[in-house]
Write a protein that binds this ligand. Structure first.
Ligand SMILES: [Zn+2]
Length: 249
């Protein structure tokens, strides 16, 4: 299984309910749930993501298509932090630029995970798509799903995850498309999307490694967002491995 499951202990942000209908071509319909762009770190990247050259770069690298991001997902309003597209760009900004000496081309894998996470994600995701929920599943059950050559992101990804977790999730899904499925069955505390151990170097290991580095050494961010990354890294370490790696993150 190649997926991230949404857990009930994920932070819920209580603010004004903004009712903006989102529909996809077929039968799916959803609305923008309550969220807090300050509390979840998104607003820090407002100006950084709203840049034509950067948007053009990500749009091309992730094979993004209008039909995957229109119908309320943000294609016509790419800087609107309340819509899924800009919330994804915020995560991509974090992923792309958080190393002090960030990689300036997607073929550069040198340095630590803080630096190579973006090139790795750029080269292994394939087509990046937005939907309300995974077709055939219960809405809200999944945050994302990797299909081998494309990745779908769903409402819980856009609105229940803070910006650091969204960035780590993009790397996680890219690792699946890079050839690593979860190999731990339901044998970890969260009982889904489990990897056996750290040495498997699966999606959970990549996610924790990146967020840990970001918590320690991330730049062009805030201490609050670094703390979000640390909390997510700890959570994944403690719930997503059959054998807890046991690091002091
Ligand atoms: Zn996964």
């Amino acid at each position: 299984m190649k997926n991230i499951q949404l857990y009930k202990n994920t932070v819920f942000y209580i603010l004004v309910l903004i009712m903006i209908p989102i529909t996809t071509q077929a039968q799916q319909t959803c609305t923008v749930p309550p969220h807090d762009n300050v509390a979840d770190g998104t607003s820090v990247y407002a100006s950084g993501l709203c840049n034509q050259a950067r948007v053009d770069h990500w749009w091309g690298v992730f094979d993004m298509r209008r039909q995957d991001w229109d119908n309320g997902f943000g294609y016509y309003d790419p800087c609107n932090l309340d819509l899924p597209l800009a919330r994804t760009f915020a995560a991509l900004y974090l992923l792309t630029y958080s190393a002090e000496d960030y990689a300036t081309n997607t073929g550069d894998y040198s340095g630590n995970a803080l630096r190579w996470a973006y090139p790795y994600t750029a080269n292994n995701t394939g087509r990046l798509q937005a939907l309300c929920y995974k077709p055939g599943s219960t809405p809200g059950q999944w945050a994302g799903w990797a299909y081998g050559s494309r990745v779908e992101l769903y409402i819980p990804y856009f609105y229940s995850f803070d910006v650091a977790t969204r960035a780590g999730t993009l790397l996680h899904e890219a690792r699946h498309n890079g050839g690593k499925s979860h190999n731990g069955g339901s044998g970890c505390p969260r009982a889904a999307s489990c990897d056996t151990n750290w040495d498997y170097q699966g999606s959970n290991m990549y996610e924790v490694l990146y967020l840990w580095w970001f918590a320690v050494d991330g730049t062009r961010t805030t201490s609050a967002i670094r703390n979000m990354a640390r909390n997510r890294a700890r959570s994944v370490q403690n719930t997503a491995f059959n054998t807890n790696p046991g690091f002091n993150i």
